[in-house]
Design a protein around this ligand. Structure first.
Ligand code: AKG
Ligand code: FE2
Length: 337
């Protein structure tokens, strides 16, 4: 899959490399009890792990789609900004976002990534309402959305079985991914930012993911996760044939906070001068599903999605006043403090 950057990034600030657990996808498909139990304990403890697809029958096609999507991204993102702006997002589930729209990882900075989003409802919409770029690769995006959705739902199914949930409470039931969900494929490019400009636009601010399960592919360094034990940032190494999976806010809330979502962010790697690409699929609950959020409010999945995107846009100072950015993992700081 792509050209893998396997060497260590510059260890700026002595950030160590995370030793994340690995879950084997084929064993989950075979309903292997020990692997399902491991998935549950990893999701309770870390909420962040590798999913090894190497032995999976469909791994070749999954990685094949990923390679095709990387190729698409290299061409599409390299166009002039004014062309990309023709596909500007009018909501948070479809279309293009330029750099600087959200807060960055350090106070006063804005984000340094562009994204192009393709939602399940968007890909099923009449041709006229789909951005031209997506339209030209419709079959690829439709096939990959279906594949990523089935990987994520398989994880939900294994977690439900291992948790001994009664049929009506199984996590998959809240993720039918019909027309009414915000589940989405997000293609991200982090254009190289020279060090002199990194005080303005840089990386991707710390956050927990809005939805339930994130299936992420990248073959470059830059992603950091907050370690469950030491509460320090650690690099997440890119690994061939592995998806990086994390539990998001919605699944944490649906599990009565038994499952753990995890803080993560993206920061520049010392000496890296190339653009960085990520392919992230976000499985989110159906919009009507409700849960108790990090502020103790009873909200729908749709509401949590919309509110959290507004928080992503706010300044870091505003973000600290609330628990939404980190899904309640960090306490709110009273204003003026
Ligand atoms: O680019 C990455 O590696 C992480 C992206 C991410 O965390 C997100 O889009 O939610
Ligand atoms: Fe994320």
């Amino acid at each position: 899959m792509g050209s893998f950057g396997t060497s260590l990034p510059g260890l700026a600030g002595n950030v160590p490399v995370a030793t994340l657990p690995t879950i084997n996808y084929r064993l989950l498909l075979n309903c292997d009890e020990a692997e399902m139990a491991k998935l549950l304990s990893v999701s309770i403890r870390e909420g962040f792990f590798y999913l090894d697809l190497e032995d999976e029958d469909v791994s070749q096609t999954t990685c094949g789609y990923i390679d095709q999507i990387y190729n698409f991204m290299r061409t599409w993102f390299n166009q002039d900004l004014e062309i990309k702006l023709q596909d500007l997002q009018s909501n948070y589930t479809d279309g293009y976002k330029a750099t600087g729209f959200f807060a960055g990882p350090y106070d006063g900075t804005r984000d340094a990534y562009e994204s192009l989003k393709v939602s399940h409802k968007g890909i099923k919409a009449p041709e006229a309402s789909v951005p031209a770029a997506i339209q030209s690769e419709r079959a690829l995006f439709e096939a990959y959305l279906t594949r990523a959705n089935s990987i994520a739902r398989q994880l939900l199914s294994a977690l439900s079985t291992a948790s001994g949930l009664p049929p009506a409470e199984r996590f998959e039931n809240f993720h039918q991914t019909s027309e009414d969900s915000n589940s989405v494929l997000v293609l991200l490019r982090y254009p190289y930012v020279p060090p002199a400009e990194q005080s303005k636009t840089v990386g991707h601010n710390k956050h927990t993911d809005i939805g339930s399960i994130t299936v992420l592919f990248t073959d470059q360094w830059g992603l950091q996760v907050m370690a469950a034990d030491s509460q320090q940032w650690q690099w997440v190494a890119p690994r061939r044939n592995c998806a990086i999976i994390n539990v998001g806010d919605s699944l944490r809330f649906l599990s009565q906070k038994k499952l753990k979502s995890c803080l993560h962010r993206v920061v520049p790697v010392d000496g890296q001068t190339s653009d960085r690409y990520t392919i992230a699929y976000f499985l989110r609950p159906d919009n009507r599903v409700s849960f108790i959020d990090s502020n103790g409010a009873h909200v729908t999945a749709q509401h949590w999605h919309d509110v959290k995107y507004e928080v992503f846009r706010a300044t870091q100072e505003e973000q600290r006043r609330d628990t939404i950015l980190t899904g309640g993992l960090e306490p709110a700081v009273a204003s003026g403090v």
